[in-house]
Design a protein around this ligand. Structure first.
Ligand SMILES: NC(=O)c1ccc[n+]([C@@H]2O[C@H](COP(=O)([O-])OP(=O)(O)OC[C@H]3O[C@@H](n4cnc5c(N)ncnc54)[C@H](O)[C@@H]3O)[C@@H](O)[C@H]2O)c1
Length: 264
């Protein structure tokens, strides 16, 4: 018996990184998953490798049209939806005064508007089957430790991830008070070894905070009291728990998965 037997999930930003690992973990626990991403070729290959419980649909999370098409696709291919993982996100860095309004809007549009649109278009379909599960439907929003604490030079990223944290709590209250059986929780990873963390490591070197990539990785690792960077499975496990009925009494909460980074 899997933790997610019979459940249907849609994961955004699932072509690679955390989204791909979450999709894999969900399938291992018995779910069917619609993987979505802007990277069509990579997303289709990731879904293909996961077997017949996975499918892929192109979804730019900033596009209302794409959301409407993705929700129609999950309804047609899998007959419903129980779990939405708003995982797609992009990072940016640099001094605020050197950031253009366009760059600011690009980050906030993917990280924040994308989550708003996910709730808007997926919740009605999740609501239809929510009574089927002890824990109801589940929406999981990927925030970050950068949604809890400031990081110098990451203003748009921190602002958007902080917004995701409170959007999570607002929608959790709204659904709860309306009697909807839809739970909403956020996950707050520290640095996890994906392409995005690779960009951070390059940024540390390029900003002169470390002489080379190895020193930059050591510096980033030293920010985690547990003594290592996270791996995608650390986050996939948290996302599996939040999607399952094991977390039936959790809504509006922020799950920090950070190797102790923000504990001090
Ligand atoms: N890796 C980390 O250290 C870390 C830490 C904290 C939070 N996060 C968050 O976790 C999530 C996943 O990060 P990751 O490390 O896997 O990043 P990643 O860059 O490896 O993967 C992100 C995926 O999102 C997709 N994407 C980008 N823009 C999109 C859009 N407009 N619509 C749909 N898909 C889009 C990309 O194509 C890519 O497949 C992000 O929200 C990120 O902010 C990551």
């Amino acid at each position: 018996m899997g933790l997610l037997d019979g459940k249907i999930a849609l994961v955004t930003g699932a072509a690679r990184g955390l989204g791909a690992d979450i999709a894999k973990a969900y399938i291992e626990e018995g779910a069917e998953v619609l993987l979505t991403d802007v990277m069509e070729k990579e997303g289709a290959a990731t879904a293909l490798a996961l077997g017949n419980k996975a499918a892929f649909q192109k979804l730019d999370v900033t596009s209302e049209e794409d959301w409407i098409a993705a929700i129609a696709a999950v309804k047609e291919q899998f007959c419903g939806l129980d779990v939405l993982v708003n995982n797609a996100g992009i990072a940016s860095g640099g001094p605020l005064e050197e950031t253009t309004l366009e760059e600011w809007r690009q980050v906030t549009s993917v990280n924040m508007d994308g989550v708003f649109l996910g709730h808007k278009y997926a919740a009605p379909l999740i609501r239809e089957r929510a009574d089927k599960w002890e824990g109801g439907g589940s929406i999981i929003n990927m925030s970050s430790v950068a949604g809890l604490i400031g990081l110098a030079g990451a203003h748009a990223y921190c602002a958007s991830k902080g917004a995701v944290r409170l959007l999570t709590k607002s929608t959790a209250l709204e659904y709860g008070r309306n009697g909807d059986k839809i739970r909403v929780n956020s996950i707050h990873p520290a640095f996890i070894d994906t392409d995005m963390a690779g960009q951070m490591i390059e940024g540390i070197r390029d900003n002169g905070m470390a002489a080379n990539l190895e020193d930059a990785r050591t510096l980033l690792t030293s920010m985690h009291p547990i003594g290592r960077l996270g791996v995608p499975r650390d986050i996939a496990s948290a996302a599996t728990f939040l999607a399952s009925d094991e977390s039936a009494f959790m809504t509006g909460s922020e799950m920090v998965v950070d190797g102790g980074m923000v504990a001090g």
